[in-house]
Design a protein around this ligand. Sequence first.
Ligand code: AMP
Ligand code: GLY
Length: 418
Amino acid sequence: MKVLVVGGGGREHAIVWALSKSRKVKKLYCAPGNGGIAAQAECIAIPATDVAAMVAWARENAVDFVVVAPDDPLALGMVDAMEAAGIPAFGPQAAAAVVEASKIFSKNLMEKYHIPTAKYKAFTDMEAALAYVEDQGAPIVVKADGLALGKGVVVAQSVDEAKDAVRSMMADGRFGAAGSRLVIEECMTGPEVTVLSFCDGKHLVPMPSSQDHKRAYDGNQGPNTGGMGAISPSPHYTPEIARRCMEEIFLPTVAALNAEGRPFQGVLYFGLMLTPDGPKVVEYNARFGDPECQAVLSLLDSDLMEIFEACRDGSLDRLDIRWKNAAACCLVLASGGYPGSYEKGYPISGLEEAGRTAVVFHAGTKLGPDGAVLTSGGRVLGVTATGGDLAEAIGCAYHSAKYIHFTGMQFRRDIGRV
Ligand code: AMP
Ligand code: GLY
């Protein structure tokens, strides 16, 4: 098969890496890809959000299957467009991807189908939102409705902070159209766990649990980022909690989306908080998380292409998906200054040495004119190691990362320890 993966970050590198081991995949393309993906797939210079160009290219090059990994093209209907052009595609159609693209939609869905989540109210009027904050008091959480690169959420510790967040989202237009509507919700407490799951519209198969580290600095301090590292499985996710999540959250969500005429095919991401009242949904995403994907896929012991095809064909129940009885850690190496401004274009050394004990997924890299690997983004690399248990996997990821160097390199020292 000729397979095209859409996207160009660490998550897409992990998907390409896993597909490159499939006995079914003969040729891999990635658009736009990056400096590391180029070793396993032919990179095509089409932006991930250019739906028309992507469909045209896939058709002209007789691609057999397309994997749409990032949120934006999913929300823009890239899967719908591929399927309409006769090209099988993995990922939810736009009608189902809305679980991520609109927080108001997903909160209303959970309320209607009694899926546990934080108590909330949706607003389009700023004065009403400010009055609600005043009435509820702090701590309280303010969320822009639409896709805001993970930065549209403010967990406010005071009423004034919450009001500032409401004003900046609704009046100052910080998030454009994404912020003109917002959700204000109760602040939950407890450990956060991610569960990615394969869905074929009818059936759902959870992958091993994982845990992201969203804040930039050690001790979960500093600004939110795309994710500074991930471990899998999460030590908080016990078999008993897993059983409750399946019964109270996962299966009801699949059924709810079906009842709404929006069957979900692809990866459904459950962002969960294990509160004193039981597990509750923080958010849904319509795709693999980044960097959770890198950690979780490094534990996969089955053919990812077969899984993608089964998700699209509705035959997931006939597949026996195997996972290594092991643990994984993905440590993100970022550019100095990230998630604020940072410089690019620095050469990266030590990749080969690090690659002897870990898999180094590339996120923000590109190849220089002489083939040297250069930094080209905020999150640069995801050093991903497996081990018999979490301590071993974490130790191996940190040990491997010691070989890597680039100017300004920044990373957390406590992945998997907080
Ligand atoms: P989201 O983009 O909805 O996942 O929110 C980003 C982060 O904000 C989450 O990973 C949580 O750490 C935090 N958060 C979101 N909603 C809540 C909530 N209701 N209570 C406490 N923390 C929250
Ligand atoms: N790691 C969180 C996300 O991909 O949204």
